[in-house]
Design a protein around this ligand. Structure first.
Ligand SMILES: [Zn+2]
Ligand SMILES: [Zn+2]
Length: 168
């Protein structure tokens, strides 16, 4: 997937949010940042001062299915809603709405939070996100469990293949 296609995906997700009257920020930079550190496949939603929200995705994510990319973008875009810069009640409510309306599998964890929203100068911790390539469901692991080291030996509940993404 090219950067432009990721931006197209973001546009679609934003329109889906608006159709559900989810109050996403009107100040999101349409230019997505592709992070080229090869092994990281994370996404982040960043905001500095009065500049627009910036969505950043790991370059390796570009190899994923459209649905997986959209799922991850939706997770980040919901962080731009008022009072949603964490995975609190309001964020969860919107995530539920998206999941129900469009079949997303947007999930919340504090570890995932650490990926994008932690200041870069802080010490990074590595986490693992295992994403179903069929339904987009995300599993989180903080340690190198078997699901991380032998991802290919496992399947999602839906039968889909799993891919492990390293996040920091
Ligand atoms: Zn998050
Ligand atoms: Zn699945």
């Amino acid at each position: 997937m090219l950067k432009q296609e990721v931006e197209l995906c973001m546009n679609e997700v934003m329109r889906e949010c608006m159709a559900l009257k989810i109050p996403i920020s009107t100040d999101i930079d349409p230019n997505i940042i592709i992070n080229k550190r090869a092994r990281s496949r994370f996404a982040a939603c960043k905001k500095k001062g009065s500049s627009p929200y910036i969505i950043e995705v790991g370059e390796a994510l570009l190899g994923s299915d459209r649905m997986v990319v959209k799922n991850i973008l939706a997770h980040e875009i919901l962080h731009t809603c008022y009072g949603c810069y964490n995975h609190g009640k309001r964020w969860k409510l919107y995530a539920d709405k998206m999941n129900r309306a469009y079949g997303y599998h947007i999930t919340t964890t504090t570890t995932y939070e650490a990926l994008g929203l932690e200041a870069p100068e802080r010490k990074r911790t590595i986490h693992y996100v295992i994403v179903c390539q069929k339904c987009g469901h995300e599993f989180y692991r903080q340690k190198k469990s078997k699901l991380v080291t032998e991802t290919n030996h496992y399947r999602c509940k839906c039968g889909g293949r799993l891919k492990c993404y390293i996040c920091e």
